[in-house]
Design a protein around this ligand. Sequence first.
Ligand SMILES: [Mg+2]
Length: 318
Amino acid sequence: MSSLGSQLRAGLLGLAVGDALGVPVEFQSRAARKTDPVVHMRAYGTHNQPAGTWSDDASLTFCLAEAIADEFTVGKAAEYSRRWFYEKLWTPRGSVFDIGITTREALNRLHVDPNLILAGGTDEYSNGNGALMRILPLAFYQADAPLQARFQLIREVSAITHGHIRSAVACFLYLEMVRHLLAGLSPAAAYSQVCQHAPVQLHELNIPAAEANQFERVLSGRLPNISQTGIDSGGYVLHTLEASLWCLLRYTTYADTVLAAVNLGDDTDTTGAVTGGLAGIYYGEAAIPSEWLAVLARRPDIEALAARTAAVVSRSSE
Ligand SMILES: [Mg+2]
């Protein structure tokens, strides 16, 4: 397998495992995790699913990867996302049991109007983490395109469900981090690169100062020094971005990193998924505990998807 192929596979598996670790305790508080931390792949709990069941985060990530494998257009990514909710495409066990409000509204709009693609709400309160949680595969598609083109694509894929600029910027910064990890940098070095270059990039992209300022803390270079009480883990996109980077920068194994994310509480599956994508890519598939992979829903299908997607992206980068 090419190194790109193994990185993509580790990213998808790492994301799905992080999601599945969080599913049984989604919506439970950080205080609950302090007394009863997640340390292994649990079953049942919040959504009453068997162990290893991932949710909307991984489903929509797989839909995006599938669109990339299948002559990518943004419209195809939108269509596959719609088919997840309405036709159970890329569900772990044939049902949809978890979906965010903004995502559901956007997919409803796509369902009603077949010509619609960028269906996401554009108001400031439509800034949940529903685009960030599924954006990872874009790190492998047109990754060498110029900044403006790269951002435009990220913005459109975000806007399938989340049309506000803040969601697009959060996705962009996350994918910048992934780009550096794919290039072989350590998390600390990757974070340092992002902090150094992002302010200029956001300026070049004409991101309004008031929006760029929202990312001041995450780009301060001091994120890993913040204590856990300063890290929020609810559904707001900026909080999920911060929490995922904080976990990646504070811990030194795949397992410790994703468990730290899940044990922040609240939006545990999405924080676990977003963190797990980063940690999977950095530490590699062999670092993911085999007992977690052994129970992961549809593991062979995920591996086949990774291979299909990797074949397309490595062909297009030759
Ligand atoms: Mg979920």
